[in-house]
Write a protein that binds this ligand. Sequence first.
Ligand code: ASP
Length: 347
Amino acid sequence: MTKENASVLLIYTGGTIGMIENVETGALENFDFEQLQRHIPELQKFSFAIDSYQFNPPIDSSDMEPEAWARLVDIIYEAYDQYDGFVILHGTDTMSYTASALSFMLEGLGKPVILTGSQLPIGVLRTDGKENLLTSIEIAADQYLGRPSVPEVCIFFENHLMRGNRTTKINAENFNAFRSFNYPILAEAGIHIKYERQLIYLPEKNTVLKPHFQLDANVTVLKLFPGIQESVVAATLNIPNLKGVILETYGTGNAPRKPWLIHLLKEAVSRGITIVNVTQCSAGTVEMDRYETGLQLLEAGVICGYDSTTESAITKLMFLQGQGLSTEEIHKAMNYSLAGEISQPKF
Ligand code: ASP
């Protein structure tokens, strides 16, 4: 149910949802929020207030950076008491990274922050943007038993509401572009929006929003593949100032049994580098004690990433490193869920 006198802040960062075709070149270019409103007159039909904030200039989400995430946190924090919910219009390419980062940076969140976008620009006849935007606004304003229905950072796309830090963009052209492989969807929009209330994280009463602005991006992703060379792994682990690595392994967290690999990993861990084991598979979890090929990583000091997406693991590492925590504290926090990103107990 929508609260009486509800209000939603729409934050427009850019992306396809707000793009229009340049008639001369055929390329997609950004257009501003007012134009967006003109293409969706339905926005006026909501019985509650919708204010907007626009990134100027809007950015393609390929240009998203930790600074822009901090800016989003700041906008939400400053406007937090004035609005019942927030909708962020964002390019789809890096939307899962932004949603993951925000879920950690907005500690104690008690209101909906719904990210959405589209595969086809709003001005185009068959656009998916209109539906995504209108339903996201409805979800952001929805209340249940006197409190927001979804006080989480989510992605709404093609009728599915998903916990943001569980999502991955899986398709470059279908409307159905996002998946949450390791956590069920939080709501489905059909004639009604059906919420799976038992799956939605509710903060404890009187929890206060604690914004975090600092991220440390001295991290990288190292994806294993058959034939990976010692020189490649050595060069990666010796990147100057590197503090964290997401190691994308096979299956349940397995790596080749090469003495040089284990030696390099052990040596990096001894230098204080955090190495997190995340599977290359789309679904399922890392279990490092299942096979010898995983156990050797555990023994080398590699941390289990459980059922984390790479997007979530990398942004969580940036977040934890940005808090100025010790290596031990970072390792501990990686083993717990901060915002429902892994199927582990809460921190
Ligand atoms: N390149 C665009 C972006 O991520 C694609 C999109 O919005 O779907 O900003």
